[in-house]
Design a protein around this ligand. Structure first.
Ligand SMILES: Nc1ncnc2c1ncn2[C@@H]1O[C@H](COP(=O)(O)OP(=O)(O)OP(=O)(O)O)[C@@H](O)[C@H]1O
Ligand SMILES: [Mg+2]
Length: 325
């Protein structure tokens, strides 16, 4: 087989892979410190995927290993179905990435920075400069020097720099870092629109709330290890279930609920009684709680199911409750 035919076979095999990122046993050590520890990661194509973990969890290191900026010590990985490092060039031609803060030449304009980057890419990249600047809402400031850009504008220019390669996969390390609420909002909308076009966006973050709002699926990483991953809705289904109750006699309500078989833990909170039910509890229990209280002669003023947030779930699975992180 000729090398072109061989490349065609690799491309077809890669296109058949359902994973934008796939790693098995991926490991990176710095001396004794295992920054990426036997990571098994499966990122489906066409979604926004959050790599979520506290500071020092190994997020940036994983991204650097994926991009070949530092070698792995063990395991295998592929990007868009291309095994790397073997087919890194083919893979990276389809990947755009921002690691740490995007770096640009401050004395050049946004457009000039993109022209420099396009010069080392395929010829079509130059033609994508204008549309990419439009895309990240920087067209009106494209001819200002980057040194005059705000943090949010630099982050957006970073995304534009990715887009001149028309990537199928974008890997963004902490894209919300340093952004004010409006900047975060813009970044979130941009990520969602990139996904709507069929691209995959992997972003790392320690901001639980942002991941919950932006991503379809998530991997939670702690001390180098992925401890859970999957669609956010599925992960939350494994979380405990909470109900808040305001009523005429909280003490009596508590006694009544603790004598049921629901496995309820009841504490008095600022907004009334906070009832925590075990994971997997059926929603019918909410109606049961109301019945038990009313039949016990208690007047119910408010009964509200509280959606478990990714944050409380994250704290549960990392067992960091009360550590004041
Ligand atoms: N070049 C390096 N040399 C030695 N140790 C390193 C190096 N880079 C990272 N580490 C260590 O690897 C671990 C993971 O670091 P990493 O920067 O990947 O974490 P992170 O999840 O990106 O954290 P943050 O949220 O602060 O960005 C840390 O213990 C860090 O000290
Ligand atoms: Mg980092």
């Amino acid at each position: 087989m000729t090398s072109t035919a061989l490349a065609g076979t690799t491309d077809r095999q890669a296109a058949g892979s359902q994973w934008a990122v796939e790693t098995h046993g991926l490991t990176k050590r710095f001396g004794e410190n295992v920054a990426v520890n036997e990571v098994e990661l499966l990122v489906p194509r066409g979604c926004a995927f959050g790599y979520l973990g506290p500071n020092g969890a190994g997020k940036t290191t994983l991204i650097r290993v994926l991009l070949g900026l530092t070698p792995a010590d063990g395991g295998t990985m592929s990007l868009l179905g291309y095994p790397v490092p073997k087919h890194r060039d083919a893979a990276l031609a389809r990947v755009g990435a921002i690691v740490d803060e995007p770096r640009f030449h401050g004395h050049l304009t946004g457009r000039e920075n993109l022209e420099l980057l396009a010069a080392v890419r395929e010829p079509a990249a130059r033609g994508r400069i204008g549309p990419s600047l439009e895309r990240v809402s920087l067209a009106h400031r494209a001819d200002d020097k980057v040194s005059k850009y705000s943090m949010g504008m630099r982050q957006r220019l970073g995304v534009a720099a990715c887009l001149i390669g028309d990537p199928q996969l974008l890997i963004l390390d902490e894209p919300m870092n340093g952004l004010d609420p409006a900047g975060m909002h813009e970044m979130r909308d941009m990520i969602l629109s990139l996904v709507a076009e069929g691209r995959t966006v992997v972003l790392s973050s320690h901001l639980l709330d942002e991941v919950e709002r932006t991503c379809d699926a998530v991997a939670i990483v702690d001390r180098g290890q992925v401890i859970r991953q999957g669609p956010i809705s599925e992960l939350l289904a494994g979380a405990t279930f909470e109900v808040e109750v305001e009523c005429s006699d909280p003490d009596q309500a508590r006694t009544l609920l603790e004598s049921t078989t629901f496995g309820a833990q009841v504490v008095a909170g600022p907004k009334g009684l906070e009832i925590t039910l075990p994971s997997g509890t059926d929603r019918d229990v909410v109606a049961e709680i109301a019945r038990v209280l009313v039949e016990g002669g208690i007047s119910l003023y408010r009964l509200q199911e509280v959606q478990a947030s990714l944050e409380s779930w994250f704290l549960q699975v990392t067992s960091r409750l009360g550590e004041g992180q």
